[in-house]
Design a protein around this ligand. Structure first.
Ligand code: 5AD
Ligand code: SF4
Length: 470
């Protein structure tokens, strides 16, 4: 394989969530091993891969417009190979393959085949389709073995944030929230074997990784049944915390459920490595809308769960997601969401306008009744309510000294250049996942530092370096 595709120049463009970014990194590292030369600019590329997201229509439209651009480029460079991978590939399959610009369509479960698909597309000069036919059926053993092997072989992607890595603990989702496309494009929930996860984290630690973020659509629902024991996320976290070199462990995203909740949360005060950060979306504060979304809790039950989290871990930082304009959402329902946000006191939250996804229960059974301008107004209002809370919570950091893991130079200028001593602005995160910006030498990227917070805004803490360490 290596000889035929050796030195082909490859560009990978990624849309979507952390899961997708991890898939992009897996594909990038496997193709680099197969002999591809990973580059940034489209101009020199022989192959372009686009990793796609289907969670909202907007994300899909961005990909379609990018494909339009590639079609234009292909008019003068007909040999350019374009592959679409990820959720949109699985959702649209051969419809996407009909697009003039597209040579390869490859679903999330078929990424281990990607080098081969590129080779076939070039050698046979034909379009290649690799997706799962019956996405809700468990994958045949050889396919899931291939996926597991592909996942485990992952080294560290060059473009990754130094010192940090993402590790998937489960694939797919069985929750079937009525608005969500994920169960139909990522398939049934499958938890990876604990040994495979722990071995992978050990290898990452050996390669210098200090923080791992465990990924799952409902990561706290991780459950692996072995002959002698059923493993939960609490077991994975506890075992990962025993690995030398790993300093911080985070996990996203959590589904609000009591199962394993105490065991997982109790690790935070017990182990300094398990970060006191919980991303646990509520999606709505109206019981009527929560029922229509097939979320299996009420607003009060959810708030009680947050109280419980705070009683176990008093300094925990909690983040959330909300959807505004779900079918049937009245002003009263929306007000209930505003009330929930005020009570939940999130560190930050993401707000999305409902986007009907073809094939989901909400799309099949419910009319998209809330007009776009009302969705927009609710989106803005909710963010404004949250901004005030984030600002109050951020202000509590003022004057405090905190430990951060440095990511690298900040992409946008934040601080007064006169204070910089010619050092660049670095972006870092706390154990609670707060963003911290400060001036210090770039060599701190991938290392821990201790900083004192001097100024705060709702989403960013500004600081001065007090000391740095390995
Ligand atoms: N429309 C809008 N937002 C959605 N999300 C998931 N599906 C949809 C949809 N159809 C949001 C949820 C989820 C986040 C990743 O995306 O809030 O937590
Ligand atoms: Fe989608 Fe719900 Fe699964 Fe999250 S838990 S991926 S929102 S179906």
């Amino acid at each position: 394989m290596k000889s035929e595709i050796c030195n082909l120049k490859l560009v990978i463009k990624s849309f979507g969530c952390q899961m997708n970014k991890l898939d992009t990194a897996l594909v990038a590292s496997s193709l680099a091993r197969a002999g591809f030369d990973l580059i940034d600019g489209l101009k020199e590329a022989d192959v372009v891969l686009i990793n796609t997201c289907s969670v909202r229509d907007h994300a899909e439209q961005r990909v379609i417009s990018h494909l339009g651009h590639l079609k234009h480029i292909k008019e003068s460079r007909p040999d350019l190979i374009v592959g679409v991978i990820g959720c949109m590939a699985q959702r649209l399959g051969d419809k996407l393959l009909e697009h003039e610009a597209v040579n390869i369509v490859c679903g999330p479960a078929q990424i281990p085949q990607i080098a081969n698909l590129i080779k076939e597309a070039i050698e046979k000069n034909k379009k290649e389709l690799a997706i799962t036919e019956q996405i809700r059926k468990p994958a045949p053993q050889p396919d899931s073995d291939a996926l597991e092997e592909f996942e485990s072989a992952y080294g560290i992607d060059d473009k990754a944030i130094p010192g940090q890595a993402f590790v998937r603990v489960m694939r797919g989702c069985d929750k079937f929230c009525t608005y969500c496309i994920v169960p139909y494009v990522r398939g049934p929930e499958v938890s990876r074997p604990p040994e495979a996860i722990i071995d992978q984290i050990k290898r990452l630690a050996d390669a210098g990784i200090k923080q791992v973020t465990l990924l799952g659509q409902a990561v706290n629902c991780y459950e692996y049944k072995a002959a002698e024991k059923t493993y939960s996320l609490a077991d994975i976290l506890a075992n990962a915390a025993d690995i030398e070199g790993i300093e911080w462990i985070k996990f996203v995203t959590n589904y609000p459920t009591e199962k394993y909740f105490d065991q997982i949360l109790q690790l935070m005060p017990d182990s300094p490595k398990v970060c006191p950060y919980l991303h646990m979306p509520a999606q709505s504060g109206s019981d009527k809308i929560l029922r229509a979304m097939n979320r299996r809790y009420t607003a009060q039950w959810y708030l009680d769960l947050l109280d419980k989290a705070r009683s176990i871990v008093p300094d925990i930082a909690i983040a959330g997601d909300f959807i505004v304009g779900f079918p049937g959402e009245t002003d009263d329902d929306f007000q209930a969401t505003v009330e929930l946000i005020k009570k939940a006191r999130y560190k930050n939250c993401f707000v999305f306008k409902y986007s009907p996804r073809p094939g989901t229960t909400a799309d099949k059974r419910l009319q998209d009744t809330v007009p776009p301008d009302v969705k927009q107004a609710r989106n803005i209002e909710l963010l404004a309510v949250q901004e005030k809370i984030s600002e109050e919570l951020s202000r509590e950091f003022l004057g405090k000294t905190v430990k951060v893991l440095v990511e690298g130079p900040s992409k946008k200028p934040h601080l007064n250049a006169a204070e910089s001593n010619n050092n660049p602005q670095l972006v870092a995160r706390t154990a609670t996942d707060h963003i911290v910006v400060f001036n210090a030498p770039e060599s701190l990227a991938g290392r821990f530092a201790t900083v004192r917070i001097t100024k705060t805004t709702p989403l960013t803490l500004f600081a001065k370096l007090t000391e740095s360490q390995e």
